[in-house]
Design a protein around this ligand. Sequence first.
Ligand code: DAH
Length: 341
Amino acid sequence: MLDKINSLRKEIEGLTASSPEEVEQIRIKYLSKKGLVPALFNDFRSVPPEQKREMGQKLNELKEFATAKLNSLREALATTAEDDLAGIDLTRTATPAPFGTRHPLSLVKNEMLDIFARMGFTIAEGPEIEDDWHVFSSLNFAADHPARDMQDTFFIARNPADVLLRTHTSSVQTRVMESVKPPIRIVCPGRVYRNEAISARAHCFFHQVEGLYIDRNVSFADLRQALLYFAQQMFGPETKIRLRPSYFPFTEPSAEMDISCHICGGKGCPLCKGTGWVEILGCGMVDPNVLRACGIDPEEYSGYAFGMGIERIANLKYKVSDLRLFSENDVRFLHEFDAAH
Ligand code: DAH
């Protein structure tokens, strides 16, 4: 028994391993349940009682020795992995990764939302896939209004309920009015879709910011003041505004707003086509029919709404005249806005 213990100890002492797999094999051979060391423990039963104490001690020592050896083999391999890093200069600067830039439409949108946030407007969003009610019917579009025509709207399904891609973010007005009690003061940014041939001046999708303010005693003068503040923050303090009567089904009265041309200062140039004014948005007082459709009493509440294209504002601000540039993701175009944020 003692001989067996000693020779096994010698054998274990001389073991080497060059991979974790080899270490595992050594463990199986010597220390697993059916390994050589536990086998000796089985032989221990036949040791005469007077030797049991000494043999027991030797056996335990062998087991500890084998376990320690296995651990040191494992550690030696781990050190080798660390040594692999020794030749690498960890203080060297990594190749700098180039930063992306914000999209010009995001820059303009954020600036617009910031300006309205200063006037107490919070952000509301709604789905791009909408139904007829939220895009048209609730907003007082007559059943035969031409905007419902396939020419303008992408329909996804017709009948029983029309499912379509929203043609304007005014649909978010309805969603909010249906679920929140006045006072309501929101701006709704988002993408809208129209069935248009793509050209420098039109695209089948673009972006809008819609605004809505509903409370007691809201007047057209409030609307004018809010829009003047917006225009001067966006285009400079010397900017003037002009409201021209217009028509939208969901507002009464309705208007379109021009700003004084910030390129020529109102003298007349190609951008304003010599008029000194450029159109930037549609607006008006929310039609009582719209309030009623959304469960708000027009006798108690009134409100104003406005809507504008983000591309349009970006065009004016950055003089980008081809709409297609905004969705082509040409990095040469996108990098022109590096300094803008
Ligand atoms: N929804 C209109 C459009 O898509 C924009 C608009 C005009 C929104 C007047 C309004 C508004 O809220 O009052 O062209």
